[in-house]
Design a protein around this ligand. Structure first.
Ligand SMILES: [Zn+2]
Length: 110
């Protein structure tokens, strides 16, 4: 799926949910894009609220999930587009949760 073929989809978010000013559509950044959808980032120049929206393809169009964030675009990228957890890592975390050790483990990392 290509963002360039669907310019209309980027106009879904017209107004800042915090201050209701119109967004400047040019300021929208596409952080990542794949067959699973794309992740966009918008900063409101009036109130500074940052809106992170994940668009996913659905049978009848796109589904958008938006959240407000304090993170900067680069910080979102650092977290969202990193390597996925491996099955082994998930298993280890699970075991630690069962042993009630997770918080202790985190503390030992700090
Ligand atoms: Zn705003």
């Amino acid at each position: 799926m290509s963002v360039n073929n669907q310019p209309f989809s980027l106009k879904i978010i017209k107004k800042c949910p915090v201050c209701a000013h119109d967004y400047n559509q040019q300021s929208m950044q596409i952080l990542s894009e794949s067959e699973l959808g794309f992740l966009t980032y918008l900063s409101c120049k009036f109130c500074g609220a940052n809106l992170l929206t994940k668009f996913s393809p659905a049978p009848h169009g796109l589904i958008g999930n938006a959240i407000l964030t304090d993170l900067k675009a680069q910080e979102v990228l650092d977290f969202a587009v990193g390597d996925d957890l491996s099955a082994d890592e998930v298993l280890v975390i699970n075991q630690e949760i069962y042993k009630n050790n997770l918080i202790k483990q985190f503390r030992s990392l700090i």
